[in-house]
Design a protein around this ligand. Structure first.
Ligand code: FDA
Length: 401
């Protein structure tokens, strides 16, 4: 026996739930299926538990895709302010951290609750722990074989996200479905992801695990890319927003250059310290602008334990080089295990940028991260989930049953 729904959405993440509520609010009979035991797991984990749910200054330039124009229409059709209207309707308190980046004031749970409340009010059916089997298409009807039942629909929406964080439910199912129906894939890789160090470097930096500082990171292969934000030493290498942001451009073998004190001219500063505080340890002078452990690491044993009055031109230049010109070759990224997003995915080539519908097969839609559209760090990926889901929903609700 097949159970008929007007819309079946695979994936109960940000994009899937948002598409569901927008279809159901206008009367469509909607089913969302997900193999995970809980829905919206990434929403709950996001933004350090406070979900950076949008960025008010979102522009197409904040996204990477083989077709940089693809995201334009959807971002225009459904903007960050549209999503904010829904947030306000649910009286969710939020804060703007850095310009435009909106986070829940209390918890990511607020955003998930809002989506689930809206889904419940409009009668969306959600099945968790539902494993997806074979999908067939006969005369524009999709039959989805699952561990719960066989479902039949005219509008099948793929919202299965990318490969990042398998423990949160990520699989490549969306890519498999895309290929089954003739769509190409763009090569995928982990992005917005921490770096790992090889053993020798890690042995030197491991004790700094937990130390954080605002730094500038530039990409040696493309010197126009310079990111200034916090970095965080970890027991595996480096993380923090600046590192996640630069990981978008990094490929294995590339080196990066870190300036640990981008706002200070170290040579001038140390010369002044030598005059003003000749008996102070060099590491103590540096520790006025960075965590003590890091200052000691920079100085090493010898310079760290010497007094400022013993600094000469060569030593000052050497310390400056270590602070402002620290070149490292990360051995790798931490990969999909911890990456916030997946670059690449379903090629946008045969997808309508206005509706997210396949141009190869009628009634098949791809939304959210499964597509080859990846936002930078800062709320852009959720905005893409909302915008792409909304466009698909607008197209689906026009279908007369
Ligand atoms: P998403 O991955 O959210 O949902 C996909 C759903 O499909 C999941 O529920 C999954 O279980 C289901 N699924 C997968 N395979 C399946 C299968 N085989 N069968 C059935 N169901 C299947 N972005 C941002 O803008 N601001 C932020 O603060 C953060 N923070 C953040 C933190 C962390 C730790 C991560 C990992 C990611 C972020 N992101 C983010 C990125 C953001 O979470 C991400 O881009 C969106 O959740 C993507 O939404 P989707 O709905 O497309 O996929």
């Amino acid at each position: 026996m097949k159970i008929d729904y007007e819309v079946v959405i695979i994936g109960a993440g940000a994009a899937g739930l948002f598409c569901a509520l927008n279809c159901a609010v206008l009367g469509k009979k909607v089913l969302v299926v997900d193999h995970a035991n809980k829905v919206g797991k990434k929403i709950l984990m996001s933004g350090g538990g406070r979900c950076n749910f949008t960025n008010l200054y979102t522009t197409p330039d904040d996204f990477s895709s083989k077709n940089p124009h693809f995201c334009k229409s959807a971002l225009k059709q459904y903007t960050p302010y549209d999503f904010l209207t829904l947030i306000d309707k649910h009286q969710i308190e939020y804060v703007e951290k850095s310009p435009g980046q909106l986070f829940c004031k209390n918890s990511s749970k607020d955003v998930l609750k809002m989506l689930l409340d809206e889904c419940a009010q409009s009668g969306v059916k959600i099945y968790k722990k539902c494993n997806i089997g074979h999908i067939t298409n006969n005369n524009n009807k999709y039959i989805i074989d699952t561990s719960i039942a066989k479902f039949e629909t005219e509008s099948l929406v793929i919202a299965t996200g990318g490969l990042s964080i398998p423990t949160l439910g990520a699989t490549g199912l969306g890519y498999e479905i895309a290929q089954q129906f003739g769509h190409d894939l763009e090569e995928t890789r982990a992005s917005l992801v921490p770096f790992m160090f090889e053993e020798k470097l890690l042995n030197k930096t491991k004790h700094l695990s937990g130390v954080s500082i605002k730094a500038s990171i530039s990409h040696n292969a493309n010197t126009s890319i310079v990111i200034t934000d916090d970095i965080l030493f970890t027991h595996r290498g480096l993380s923090g927003p600046a590192v996640l942001k630069i990981s978008e451009y990094w490929v294995k073998g590339d080196s990066i250059k870190i300036n640990l004190l981008p706002e200070i001219d170290v040579v001038t500063y140390l010369n002044k310290e030598k005059q003003k505080h000749p008996d102070l340890l060099v590491s103590s002078s540096l520790a006025k602008h960075m965590p003590k452990k890091l200052a000691q690491f920079i100085c090493g044993e010898s310079e760290g334990s010497i007094k400022n009055k013993l600094l000469n031109k060569n030593k000052i230049e050497e310390i400056n080089r270590r602070i402002a010109d620290w070149n490292i070759y990360p051995s790798d990224t931490e990969g999909y295990k911890t990456a916030e997003v997946t670059m690449g995915g379903v090629s946008t080539q045969n997808i309508s940028s206005k509706t997210m519908e396949s141009s190869l097969v009628k009634g098949l839609y791809f939304i959210g991260e499964v597509l080859d559209v990846t936002g930078q760090l800062g709320g852009y990926n959720f905005q893409w989930a909302w915008s792409s889901a909304w466009c698909a929903a607008q197209s689906i609700i026009k279908i007369k049953n």
